[in-house]
Write a protein that binds this ligand. Structure first.
Ligand code: GDP
Ligand code: IMO
Ligand code: MG
Length: 420
């Protein structure tokens, strides 16, 4: 069977930590979409590690980590990350596998990302500038190079052909930056990549499933950044939702079991686009400060606000979420009052659904207020230890969503998690 862990908000829900926590229950951890736009933070023996391309099960010996075909892979980022985890004692030649259908990010994708964002001016997406959009465009446009192509002796010609196409676009944008250093790094990195385990991902993973092995699919970004169902056009370029597991790994939908959705106890977003519960006041600043809400990939300050149950319920519906993990409950410890968004006034009309025009309409959140718990939940060891106000907050959320919060994370460490 295949279980899924994914983000229910706009990313950075704590997927890295939670995958790392659940990893010992699985034989294979597989990334199915996204690329180095992801930044998944985990703590290994007290040391902070941010993973962008490698699945978050890499620090567990004996577990297979697979980069699936739905991912876009930047060899340069991958090489740096492999060097980093190798220095921490991981043997990537033993437990990292890469699907040959995985699409490559080449240096001109990054240049195109930058050029396109610049051209958009005030309407920019706020992309991480890692080349994600252009790389997925080449996939759906049927131009992309894939990991399997690296083994083709004519790879350099294929690369030059695609690069020439990109150069025309870059000329159109009047993009003048010199990318020769990026290209040099790229060619060094692909030599390294060729030495890793490149597999036929779909046969590889289905074989494991047939052998009775347990697979955990690790999402990147969040449901509200999904290219189809997110706050378009302020989204990423992949399907971040559970349906993406099938196309991103070659796993039939009927093999998917638990869908574990992660939400923060509040809400954050990086980059542009609608965020109905965003706080522009001192409370927002406090959330950012206490939650240390700065991007793991770009270092940008994250926009902060209250938990949005309208968006969460939508995400539960689209993903078929079977259980919820709530992270960063400890960040709310000191707030005397908490707000929970239960509906929107969208273009003057109250609704509990995500409106099609969310990116254009004026949206005012309707809140239900809760008294804060006023005690550090970091000190709690069991569910029963939670202050009464935590139970009230969780019960309301469970009831609204119709799916239960089964785990509450109360600190960044691997062991800081409490379950029912
Ligand atoms: P991801 O992209 O979903 O993996 O999340 P990020 O790693 O980008 O951001 C989550 C941040 O919150 C990281 O810095 C984590 O170390 C941290 N974190 C995760 N869970 C908790 C928690 O329960 N409490 C606190 N205080 N921090 C947490
Ligand atoms: P993890 O996996 C938060 C956001 C960017 C931007 C938009 C498009 O760490 O949760 P892209 O680079 O994909 O073209 O950017 O999506 N974004 C993320 N926000 N967490 C992420 O990943 C993100 N990946 C992309 O900020 O608004
Ligand atoms: Mg992140």
């Amino acid at each position: 069977m295949v279980d899924v862990i994914l983000g229910l908000q706009w990313g950075d829900e704590g997927k890295g930590k939670i995958v790392d926590f659940f990893a010992p229950n699985y034989d294979v951890i597989a990334r199915f979409q996204g690329g180095p736009n992801a930044g998944h933070t985990l703590y290994v023996k007290g040391e902070k590690v941010v993973l962008h391309q490698i699945p978050s099960g890499i620090f567990h010996k004996g577990i297979i980590n697979l980069i699936g075909n739905g991912v876009v892979l930047d060899p340069v980022t991958l090489k740096k990350e492999c060097d980093k985890v190798a220095a921490m004692g991981v043997n990537v030649k033993e437990n990292l596998f890469i699907a040959q259908r995985t699409n490559l990010i080449i240096p001109t994708h990054r240049a195109l990302d930058k050029a396109a964002e610049l051209a958009k001016g005030d309407e920019k997406i706020g992309s991480t500038l890692k080349g994600i959009g252009p790389a997925y465009m080449d996939k759906t446009g049927r131009n992309a190079l894939r990991v399997g192509d690296l083994l083709d002796p004519g790879f350099k010609n294929l690369y030059n052909k695609l690069r020439a196409k990109h150069q025309q676009l870059l000329d159109n944008y009047q993009f003048k930056e010199d990318i020769s250093t990026w290209e040099q790094e790229f060619f060094e990195a692909i030599e390294f990549l060729k030495e890793l385990n490149i597999v036929n991902g779909e046969y590889f993973i289905n074989q494991k499933i047939a052998e009775g092995k347990k697979v955990l699919a690790e999402g990147a970004q969040g449901s509200m950044l999904d290219v189809d169902f997110g706050t378009f056009p302020f989204v990423t370029s992949s399907n971040t939702i559970s349906a993406g597991v099938s196309t991103g790994l070659g796993i039939p939908p009927n093999k998917i079991g638990e869908v574990i959705g992660i939400t923060k106890a509040y809400c954050t977003r990086v980059g542009s686009g609608p965020f109905p519960t965003e706080l522009f006041d001192a409370t927002g600043d406090e959330l950012r400060k206490i939650g240390n809400e700065f991007g793991a990939t770009t270092g940008r300050p994250r926009r902060c606000g209250w938990i949005d149950l309208v968006a969460l319920k939508f995400a539960c519906m689209i993903n078929g979420v079977t259980q919820i993990v709530m992270t960063k409950a400890d960040v709310l410890d000191s707030f005397p009052q908490l707000e929970v968004c239960t509906s929107y006034i969208a273009g003057g009309i109250e609704t509990a659904e995500i409106p099609f025009g969310i990116s254009q309409l004026k949206i005012d959140p309707v809140y239900k207020a809760f008294k804060g718990w006023g005690k550090p939940v970091t000190d709690c060891k069991t569910w029963a230890d939670f202050p009464e106000q935590v139970h009230l907050y969780l019960n309301f959320i469970n009831q609204y969503l119709g799916v239960e919060v089964k785990y509450v994370s109360n600190g960044p460490g691997r062991e800081q998690i409490i379950f029912q």
